[in-house]
Design a binder for this molecule. Structure first.
Ligand SMILES: Nc1ncnc2c1ncn2[C@@H]1O[C@H](COP(=O)(O)OP(=O)(O)OP(=O)(O)O)[C@@H](O)[C@H]1O
Length: 331
């Protein structure tokens, strides 16, 4: 037995001695493969190496991200108001993106949105609608002027608290690879149960289509299970469940089917008539949603050029009337 163990030990020792040669041989193989000389080698070997290389590259980026520090906004503890009403003011706000300092995006913009008001922002592509929302979410700071909420400059408020009070539905909302109920409850800061999820889905006009799915709220969102309009309604339910005081909806520019368009309009009417007070801002591209707003803000080249309700703006016969006519012609 001891002779056998001794043999094994000697064999291992020899292998270890041989290790630098093996390593050199391996490196030569890698170099050959990288230069394309060994493509005829077994394809699985080639694939494994390729995957290993790309994984090493990806993991470097992940570690870089993990080492990044949060920006100053998150390091400062700002004011948390006892109760937020949702009165928003942009006072003489000018802004350009850091990457394009010579190109002003917003110029001396003034806008006041009352608490509980539903406003629609319309305008040609690139007029600065999303930028206005970016400033409200504090994704960027104005270059001059100030944004206030309930009379407090945004930069004095606690950013986490502020964002907890704002519900934002992006143009192309991200739906996660998990079941529908987890998608609706995702990121909600309070404890929620199945009833809360169903109520939010009902308010977002998503309950009926979810219930018709084979696994209802437990359906895994995978591939093309949901249409664009259904995804949007799930994202609206996700925003509603947080019960935000300010709700921002960036309506998709891509063609929604008329059924989904109808539902989004209904969601707006429902949210408006709720007992909870809520300020709603919608970047609108469709007539039906624009008509549901209390006030329409028309933007052009970073400025507000018209303001009023649908009828008032039609009488003005300006850019809104023109956009309105173009859309009516298209339909
Ligand atoms: N991150 C950015 N960096 C540099 N410029 C940007 C950035 N985001 C937007 N812009 C520019 O700012 C201007 C206003 O863009 P913004 O997205 O606010 O317009 P919009 O009215 O929302 O357009 P759309 O209706 O197409 O979404 C555009 O000229 C755009 O190219």
């Amino acid at each position: 037995m001891s002779i056998r163990l001794g043999k094994i030990a000697r064999w291992r020792w020899k292998k270890r001695q041989d290790w630098p040669h093996r390593r050199r041989r391996f490196c030569r193989k890698v170099a050959k493969i990288s230069s394309g000389g060994w493509r005829q080698q077994s394809s699985s070997y080639w694939r494994i190496l390729e995957t290993t290389y790309s994984s090493i590259g990806a993991s470097e980026q992940i570690f870089e991200m993990m080492n990044r520090l949060p920006c100053d906004q998150f390091l400062v503890q700002g004011i948390k108001l006892q109760r937020l009403m949702g009165h928003i003011q942009f006072v003489d706000v000018s802004f350009h993106y850091p990457a394009r300092s010579m190109m002003p995006v917003l110029e001396h913009l003034n806008l006041s949105v009352k608490a509980n008001e539903v406003i629609a922002i319309v305008g040609l592509s690139g007029s600065g609608k999303s930028t206005l929302i970016n400033l409200l979410l504090r994704l960027y700071e104005p270059c001059s002027g100030q944004v206030y909420i309930d009379g407090f400059p945004l930069k004095e408020l606690d950013i986490r608290w502020l964002r907890q009070n704002i519900g934002y539905v992006a143009q192309e909302p991200h739906i996660f690879h998990m079941d529908i109920k987890s998608n609706i409850g995702y990121g909600c800061p309070r404890n929620i149960n199945q009833e809360d999820i169903i109520n939010a889905a009902k308010l977002a006009y998503a309950h009926d289509f979810i219930s018709s799915l084979p696994n209802s709220y437990d359906t895994l969102v995978d591939g093309n299970v949901l249409s664009g309009g259904q995804k949007q309604r799930i994202a609206i339910a996700r925003a509603i469940i947080r019960d935000p005081v300010v709700m921002i909806l960036d309506e998709p520019t891509s063609a929604l089917d008329s059924e989904s368009e109808h539902y989004i309009k209904e969601v707006l009417y429902t949210l408006r008539n709720e007992t909870t007070s809520r300020t709603i801002i919608i970047i609108a591209h469709r007539l039906s949603t624009v008509k549901a707003a209390d006030r329409i803000i028309v933007m052009d080249n970073g400025r507000i050029i018209e303001m009023g309700n649908h009828e008032e703006l039609l009488v003005k016969d300006g850019l809104y009337a023109k956009l309105n006519k173009i859309q009516a012609d298209v339909f």
